[in-house]
Design a protein around this ligand. Sequence first.
Ligand code: HEM
Length: 489
Amino acid sequence: MDVVSILLFAAVFLILVIVFNNKNDKYRNFPPGPKPLPIIGNMHIVNSRKPHKSFFELSKKFGTVFSLQIGQEKLVILTGYETVKDALMNYGEEFSGRPESPLTSITSNGHGILFSHGENWKTMRKFTLSTLRDFGMGRKTIEDKISEECENLMQTFRSYGGKPFDNLSIMNTAVANVIVSILLDQRFEYDDPTALKLMSLINENITIVETPMVKLFISYPNLTKWLPGSHQRIRENFSEMKTFITDTFTNRGRELDVNNQRSLIDAFLAKKQEGTPESNLYFHDQNLCVLVIDLFSAGMETTSTTLRWGLLLMMKYPEIQKKVQDEIESVIGSAQPKTEHKKQMPYTDAVIHEIQRFGDIVPVNLPHATIRDVTFRGYFIPKGTVVIPLLHSVLKDGSCFEKPEQFYPEHFLDAEGNLKKNEAFIPFSLGKRSCAGENLAKMELFLFFTTLLQNFTFRAPPGAELDLNPAVGFTNAPIPHEICAIPRR
Ligand code: HEM
């Protein structure tokens, strides 16, 4: 071996040592976790149908800040109210990112709000929050729009004459209509084929996120991107949604009257026309299209699923249903429910809180990511690490809720029957990435729920078993079932 080869060999060896040490350095003080196997990491110990259950169990062994390796990706899981609150409130900025994922790169690709980053996310979030507020003050308030939809929903339920029916697509359309009216100042009929198509695309994507092929794709994108499977279906659905949104919604630009903005899309297009550096950078069609899909995806299934849990639980616990109806009778009577009634209705309010807590509909939360290196609770978490603040572990935290596994409205009532706040009630998550539609969702839950119970008593179809176990999917939705809506008046 000549001198040059020896030097070259030494240099390569030195670089490898530095790289290897740096790699170790980076994870030297990483949160503890189970030992990963080659290639699959810890995939084999995570229940693919209910990952939140596995995460919660593992936290009992490894603590409230622990790590897992799924394929090649290292994750940090945060559990329990104290830890999740500490991360999202005291280190809000550090944990405010979203992971770069092969899945989002074939869907939103950095646009919109749900999976966007940095300045784009900040601008889209600010715009969404302020527009949702503004349209609450416009000619027709958001409350008016929801009340109008309550009326339509009620008529549809009434049309079944107390006979059993599946309320999935009806509830989806009612909730979608509230979003459509905010986005576009328009509504769909409950059997409109366009609406049904859009909703089935969104629902299908939410369900197939949990399939093994999609998980394999997330862990090994290069190996699997050419293979057939459900990850391809997500791409197809998303592009179908984009075409649909562009055709139906964004073409509104042609008829925009900047001085008479009637919807969120009008407000977006008005910003686009400003022609400022900010509007050129962020208020473009790509962002509008993905933002609209995001608002549908985030706002429709979640709210509709929560309401469906509500009706299922009322069928399961008729004595609780009766107490809610008695309170509605004494406070609202036969008038139209209004949000201002809520403060006089602690029992109903507690029941709605408990439906959200028990339903636990986004158990794993949306994934977060660290936007810079952070030392949290003594552990070093490098920039870009995927972090899961596990909502399931907070909503079912035995140190915050007396009977975490039961449906128990008293979790939110004091001895005098007043509404009792509980800090660990965080179905909308916390901090900078918390749900941007929280106020809208709370208004919808109260108005839809009280209108339905004011007008109907819900019963299981004769002989039907009521199963409170959730179906498999990214969200915890009730297993398909039928309901009977018996008119009360
Ligand atoms: C009961 C109904 C709902 C529940 C339980 C819910 C829950 C959540 C949760 C857990 C997150 C993730 C928070 C995080 O990453 O820490 C989220 C994000 C979000 N939600 Fe909701 N949500 C609901 C309804 C809505 C509605 C009606 C809308 C609007 C139409 C909406 C819009 C959003 C948006 C835009 C985000 C992303 C925020 C961001 O990344 O900055 N949500 N929601």
